[in-house]
Design a binder for this molecule. Structure first.
Ligand SMILES: [Zn+2]
Length: 154
């Protein structure tokens, strides 16, 4: 595990609240092709909760996952660091973010500490570190080694 600064889970109540927000967001999913709604809720490091749902397109490759809709909405609203993201798929308990979303999550992971991914476990919220879902990841810090890149660090 890459958890240099340690894994700091949400409280059970916080995790439940975030998962409930993700669940509500799933109701807005636009999924005429897959009929597989997904909801996501991002908790920013400054305490905002921003949700997203998956949005499909007749040109299938343009479909966007719920997690990325939530993350991009958070970034568009001025947030640059995520504390946690909850994901839920009403038709498949325990669904985890796809590989593309794991990479996008990594971009906005906390500078110190782990990004917490909240999943729907069989007995309530299950919390895992993003580093466990995306081991030996490539990210902003790697590029920083070769150039002065303007990261999300203020
Ligand atoms: Zn995804």
């Amino acid at each position: 595990m890459e958890a240099e600064f340690g894994f700091r889970p949400l409280s059970v109540e916080e995790a439940r609240t975030l998962l409930a927000a993700a669940s509500r967001a799933a109701a807005a999913a636009y999924v005429p092709y897959s009929s597989f709604p997904v909801g996501a809720a991002a908790l920013t490091s400054d305490g905002a909760v921003i949700t997203g749902c998956n949005i499909e397109n007749a040109s299938y490759g343009l479909t966007v996952c719920a997690e990325r809709v939530a993350i991009w909405s958070a970034v568009a609203a001025g947030h640059r660091e995520l504390r946690a993201v909850a994901v839920t798929a009403p038709k498949a308990t325990g669904t985890t973010p796809c590989g593309a979303c794991r990479q996008v999550l990594h971009e906005f992971a906390p500078i110190e500490g782990e990004l917490v991914v909240v999943l729907e476990g069989p007995e309530g919220p299950e919390q895992v570190a993003l580093a466990d879902l995306l081991p030996r990841s490539f990210g902003p810090r790697d590029l920083r080694a070769v150039a002065e890149i303007r990261l999300h660090i203020p």
